[in-house]
Structure formats: C-alpha cells, structure tokens
Design a binder for this molecule. Structure first.
Ligand code: ZN
Length: 158
C-alpha cells in the first residue's frame, strides 16, 4: 500500500463513472484527503487528480501543471471561451491517449480547502486539466470522447 493510503482506481471500477455529491461543509477530513491526493499526484507524476480516482464520491480535485497547486472543492465551470485539442492521458485509463476538444479559456467557481469561495481563470493546458478533472466528478472519462466503436475497442483491450 502507498504511504498515503490512497490508491488510483482504474477503468472498470464503478466509482469512476457514478459521479459525486457536492461537499456541504469543508471539514478536516476534506483537507486531509486533498493533501493526500496532492501527494499521490506528485508521487505518480500526474498533473491532476479527482476524488473518484481515489475511490471517493465527493467533489474534490487537485491540479498542478508546474505553476502551483490548486486544491478545489465543488469546482464549477461558469464561463468558457474558444477551443483547443490536446492529447490527454489519464491515470485511471493507463496507456491510452485521446485528443479531446475542450474550451481554451475557462472561469471556475469553487471553494478552497478552507471553504472560502474562489474564482479561477485558466487557459491552455491549465484549462484543459481543470476540465478533465471536473469531467471525473461527473463520471466522464477521456474514452467517452471517442466514437463508440473505438471506445468499445479500447475497453475490450484494457
Ligand atoms: Zn483523468
């Protein structure tokens, strides 16, 4: 077992597709989980991680593309602009890369780990990673962007 006690869930586990519930009140438990998620993300050289990927059904994500760590609770995209397609990988779908069309610029409303409301503007890769992680909260994986024949093939080969 990893030092953090959390383990990455991979495709096939229902927690990845079930979606999450909103956090009503940010508690010590959430702060602890967010720290453990960040540690695990760095350990596996990821740039983002969402709670379902560690088996939890609450709206928590961590993101760090090398420009600073974000620990967010209940993140919501409130504005999108433009488009971009980056080939994305996912710790929960090992070995697969999918080019996903996403917004180029976004604005997010969320709470930080102390329950304070925050507004974040992001573009390019950072915007892409936030959208990827928020997808996880909605039970959506990168393979869901593939045409269904290709998606089925990927699932079969995993
Ligand atoms: Zn992912």
């Amino acid at each position: 077992m990893r030092e953090t006690g959390l383990r990455i869930r991979t495709i096939g586990e229902s927690v990845l597709v079930n979606g999450v519930r909103q956090v009503e009140e940010v508690k010590d438990f959430h702060r602890k989980i967010l720290s453990q998620m960040a540690r695990l993300m760095y350990e596996v050289s990821g740039i983002g991680l969402a709670a379902p990927q560690v088996g939890l059904d609450e709206a928590l994500i961590v993101v760090d593309i090398g420009t600073g760590l974000y620990k967010l609770v209940n993140p919501k995209i409130v504005k999108i602009e433009g488009a971009q397609s980056i080939e994305e990988g996912c710790l929960s779908v090992p070995g697969i890369g999918v080019k996903v069309k996403r917004a180029k610029k976004i604005i997010i409303e969320a709470q930080d780990e102390f329950g304070k409301n925050v507004v974040i503007e992001a573009e390019d890769l950072l915007a892409c990673v936030f959208q990827h992680e928020i997808d996880h909260l909605n039970g959506r994986l990168i393979i869901d962007y593939l045409p269904s024949s290709e998606r089925n093939k990927v699932i079969k080969n995993l």
